[in-house]
Design a protein around this ligand. Structure first.
Ligand code: ATP
Ligand code: MG
Length: 391
């Protein structure tokens, strides 16, 4: 018997004019997520997308890869049968039996897109219900609150039978590439990878920038960031990471600017460098992992003066209203947490003032910043940026 994997996506996004584009992108991304060695055929027909594993392919591996493709809401394994009612009922009930062992009640919903099929939907539901009860006598029908729904879909060339108990959730969101590109300021911490994930989930293609300060930060710290970037690439497909040496800039700030403003001047400089690299790579926004009030440089005043350094692009801060424990929960879910907590230093933490201001004003900050040639240091950092591809 043949088994396929049905891809179910958000109904709301499907309404309206963007449907075709959305589906094409999703199919493209699914194909990318399932390279040749997965031995799975991806197809779209009659407004459904499905994946057909080859004989002997690792279906669990295929499903776990699909669970990282944004835009997918559910992934359902389904039995494929010829459009012969007797076969659908008998072999369909047999196919369902192992899945139904874990439930007590069910109902059947049938869909018939081939209107020439000799049974209508209520008749198919009735017959499939009876066949399921014959095969699994422990079950009871419950039409209001069933443990699971058995679904029968009569399509043009074949029929699908599956049960909701056998489906798993996808990540939801919108297909990567459906919402432009943005540049993520990626540190080695817990927050910024989660911020990148959240925007990527909305269909944004990523690009990333990391600032490092050798010898104050080690190669291990850099490797950790690359690993975090790779984990994100598992969701978005490959993208590039700019690695920007930042030691001289940090020393210049430390040696010339008032101590209370060190962090904020550095944050402003990072934003300026990131904006220029973003434009170079066709990004339409910046993304940071800032969360209101989390540290001195993320008070509402501090975010205001940091933001002012960015001239043309919007800055997305998807974590701005989240508590740390909510961010940690997400970091665990997406698989970045364990890498983020590895104990390597970040350039942000190398030169921390003892008494940072929490209520900076732009005037005072600009005055402190004027002690160095901002433009020179920003351009130098941009010029020295190297990039690598993450996949
Ligand atoms: P994270 O957990 O993401 O490191 P954080 O709470 O430690 O965040 P900060 O160190 O103040 O916060 O940094 C705020 C944001 O600035 C980060 O979320 C990230 O987007 C960016 N950022 C900080 N350090 C770097 C860095 N070395 N390279 C690139 N971006 C950085
Ligand atoms: Mg950090």
């Amino acid at each position: 018997m043949k088994e396929i994997i049905l891809i179910k996506y958000g109904e709301i996004i499907l309404k309206g004019l963007n449907r075709g584009r959305f589906e094409d992108l999703l199919v493209r991304n699914i194909k990318k997520a399932l390279p040749k060695e997965c031995r799975a055929d991806v197809r779209k027909s009659q407004a459904i997308t499905y994946v057909e594993p080859a004989e002997g392919a690792d279906v669990d591996e295929i499903i776990s890869r699909l669970q990282k493709v944004f835009g997918i809401v559910f992934i359902a394994r389904a039995g494929v049968f010829p459009k012969d009612m007797d076969v659908i009922l008998k072999d369909g009930a047999e196919y369902l039996a192992p899945y139904m062992e874990t439930v007590d009640t069910f109902k059947v919903e049938a869909k018939r897109s081939d209107k020439k099929f000799p049974f209508d939907s209520p008749a198919i539901s009735r017959e499939m219900g009876a066949a399921t009860l014959r095969r699994c006598p422990h079950l009871k029908v419950n039409v209001t609150e069933p443990d699971t729904v058995v679904r029968v879909e009569i399509r043009d060339s074949e029929a699908y039978v599956y049960a909701d108990v056998a489906r798993v959730s996808g990540p939801g969101g919108m297909p990567t590439g459906s919402n432009g590109r943005a540049t993520l300021l990626l540190s080695g911490g817990i927050d910024s990878p989660v911020a990148g994930y959240m925007m990527a989930k909305r269909g944004v293609e990523l690009n990333a920038v990391h600032f490092f300060s050798p010898p104050y930060t080690s190669d291990l710290a850099k490797d950790k960031v690359i690993e975090l970037g790779r984990i994100l690439a598992g969701y978005t497909g490959k993208y590039s990471l700019y690695i920007v040496p930042f030691t001289e800039q940090q020393l210049a700030i430390r040696d010339n600017c008032p101590e209370e403003h060190l962090t904020l001047i550095m944050r402003r400089m990072m934003m300026m460098v990131a904006e220029r690299l973003a434009k170079r790579s066709g990004s339409l926004a910046l993304i940071t992992g800032e969360s209101l009030g989390q540290v001195a440089s993320q008070t509402i005043h501090a975010l205001g003066v940091t933001n002012e350094a960015v001239k043309d692009l919007p800055v997305f801060r998807p974590l701005v209203g989240m508590d740390k424990d909510e961010i940690v929960t997400l970091a665990r879910k997406i698989g970045t947490f364990e890498t983020s907590i590895l104990p390597y230093e970040d350039c942000c933490t190398v030169f921390v003032p003892r008494h940072p201001t929490t209520k900076p004003t732009l005037d005072k900050l600009l005055e402190s910043q004027s002690k160095i040639d901002m433009e020179y240091w920003v351009e130098k950092a941009v010029g020295e940026a190297e990039w690598i591809v993450l996949e």
